[in-house]
Design a protein around this ligand. Structure first.
Ligand SMILES: Cc1ncc(C[n+]2csc(CCOP(=O)(O)OP(=O)(O)O)c2C)c(N)n1
Length: 548
């Protein structure tokens, strides 16, 4: 073991974890770390706001299953990370946040830029720690990655005091090991199979856990074997093929009415598979607390009075579904209703001919679907457009529609699209945002141009915080504090060195998208949007119960 600088050993530990990128902004207190990164195999990606870097790490983690890494300096840099670290925490994305810190000897007193960052981050991370001694670097790094990547994944944070990082130390990285998962006993499995075989109207609700476990093939096989159809949450989109109407009941989670229309009201047994309650509470689909719930997940179920499983099959979701499918070959009944899918798809399928201008969401989604292949990626920001995408956009494969549905913070889409393109350079990527959320992290378009990650940022422009207008109008019959003006987005994008277009009529959008997707640079398309039909579709489908 050779003596070297602590920051060098720290970076060696990151390399041993397979880290390829660190997204962030350096500071005076992270000088040694950045110097060590400069000599490493890791690409340091300077971003334009730490929040953007943390969202990139978050989505890198979602798509690869390996923790994405972001960096902020002490005080202000760390504070700028907070929103996106919280997003990774609630959306179960593996992420390791690195933050600089003052020397140990000035932390006990009033001191320039000193904030108790470990204290601030504690409630939004699964685990975090100060590197209080250079000798613990290998353990702390291994633990940060192990905890972030183990089910249910999420954010961890390591604080790096400046004086520790410049010390001399001996040590070696600890070896990586695959996270361990338990396995349900044969008794539990038979109990679940008995409940499912005895059900008159069984349905399945599949969430993000299926995506994380790469268990979509096992779920599709299970559905084929048993005939039990699947509704997905917003983050579960694509785990069953939306075009396979026999197995797919559509995407639920906008409102309680969605579940009724997908057949949950009649269901006596619900299989909750990789379902995270953070997306939409179980009281929306089990209001009478009368369903028998079979929970298939990677950790024991959360406590909720509307969610008391009869049996919990805890383990690797892929493996559990395969075993359960074997036990459930002869399920006499299957439940579910195609009504939700029928209503939503009838809007979608006729939308290609819709000539409204400004464009209404179904036509916009129809054009995007047409422009993308089945493995290409649509990223949604947060707002009214997310509700439309979540419910109406057909997804055929997991991780092809990226939605932040736990914390649901605006500003997600542009940095997320950059990370998606870094992970999948061969796929087309479109990011849809409102004119509110897009401007929150617009600055990362400079990062995208610099990295040459070509994706298309589509702004649905209505000069309002659309989803808040919608809710205020419903609750109070008027809206307030939600109107704004916009910069000329085309000129703004051009100033970033990107091609950009504004659509001036309904037939412009499809043609412009095709052109934009051909570009080898990031590009931007402004689409004037008209949200007025949303009320009609909501009335038909019931009252909304989601917070955007
Ligand atoms: C960071 C953050 N701030 C506030 C909110 C609350 N919020 C949810 S949607 C929304 C409005 C979104 O407006 P816009 O981005 O223009 O999209 P639209 O609803 O018009 O599609 C707001 C303010 C949030 N989710 N995240």
């Amino acid at each position: 073991m050779s003596l070297r600088k602590a920051s060098d050993l720290f970076v060696e530990c990151l390399e041993a974890e397979g880290v390829r990128h660190v997204f962030g902004i350096p500071g005076e207190e992270t000088l040694d770390l950045n110097e060590s990164l400069a000599e490493s195999s890791i690409q340091f990606v300077p971003v334009r706001h730490e929040q953007g870097g943390a969202y990139m790490a978050d989505v890198y983690g979602r798509l690869t299953g390996r923790a994405g890494v972001c960096l902020g300096t002490l005080g202000p840099g760390a504070m700028n990370l907070v929103t996106a670290v919280a997003d990774a925490f609630l959306d179960r994305a593996p992420l390791v946040a690195l933050t600089g810190q003052a020397d140990l000897e000035r932390m006990h007193k009033e001191s320039h830029q000193y904030i108790d960052v470990v204290g601030v981050m504690a409630p939004i991370t699964k685990w975090n720690a100060r590197l209080s001694d250079a000798a613990i670097i290998p353990e702390v790094v291994r633990k940060a990655f192990k905890v972030a990547e183990s089910e249910k994944p999420g954010a961890t944070q390591i604080e790096l005091p400046e004086d520790i990082m410049e010390m001399e130390v001996e040590g070696e990285p600890l070896p990586r090991r695959r996270p361990v998962l338990p396995e349900p006993s044969a008794r539990e499995l038979l109990k679940a199979a008995d409940i499912i075989r005895g059900a008159l109207n069984p349905v399945a609700l599949a969430g993000n856990g299926v995506v994380r476990a790469r268990a979509s093939p096992a779920l599709r096989e299970f559905t084929r074997q048993t005939g039990i159809p699947v509704a997905t949450t917003f983050m579960g989109k694509g785990v069953v093929d939306a075009a396979d109407s026999a197995s797919s009941l559509g995407t639920v989670g906008l409102q309680a009415g969605d579940y009724k229309m997908a057949g949950f009201e009649q269901a006596d047994v619900v299989l909750a598979i990789g379902y995270d309650l953070v997306e939409h509470a179980p009281k929306h689909w089990n209001p009478g607390k009368d369903k028998q719930v079979v929970c298939i997940d990677s950790v024991p179920a959360e406590i909720d009075e509307y969610y008391i499983p009869e049996v919990e099959l805890v383990g690797d979701i892929y493996h559990v579904l395969s075993r359960l499918g074997e036990e459930c070959r002869h399920v006499p009944h299957s439940g579910g209703s195609t009504h939700l899918n029928d209503v939503v798809h009838s809007y979608f399928e006729t939308a290609g001919k819709d000539g409204h201008w400004p464009m209404q969401p179904p036509r916009a989604l129809w054009e995007i679907r047409r422009a993308l292949g089945r493995n290409d990626i649509l990223v949604s920001d947060v707002g009214m457009h997310k509700l439309w995408i979540g419910r109406m956009f057909p997804a055929y494969e997991p991780n092809t529609v990226l939605i932040a549905n736990g914390l649901a913070g605006m500003g997600f889409a542009i940095p997320a699209a950059i990370a998606a393109k870094l992970v999948h350079p061969d796929r087309k990527v479109i990011a849809v945002g409102g004119d509110g959320g897009t401007l929150m992290n617009f600055q990362e378009l400079e990062t995208a141009v610099r990295l040459k990650t070509p994706f298309v940022s589509v702004i649905w422009e209505n000069r309002q915080f659309g989803s808040i207008v919608w809710k205020q109008d419903k609750k109070f019959g008027r809206h307030f504090g939600v109107d704004f003006t916009n910069p000329d987005f085309v000129k703004l994008a051009e100033a970033f060195g990107m091609p950009a277009w504004r659509c001036n009529g309904p037939d412009d959008f499809g043609v412009t998208l095709e052109k934009a997707l051909e570009a080898d640079l990031p590009s931007l398309v402004v689409l004037p949007i008209d949200y007025s039909i949303d009320v009609a579709i909501s009335e038909e489908l019931g009252t909304e119960t989601v917070a955007t």
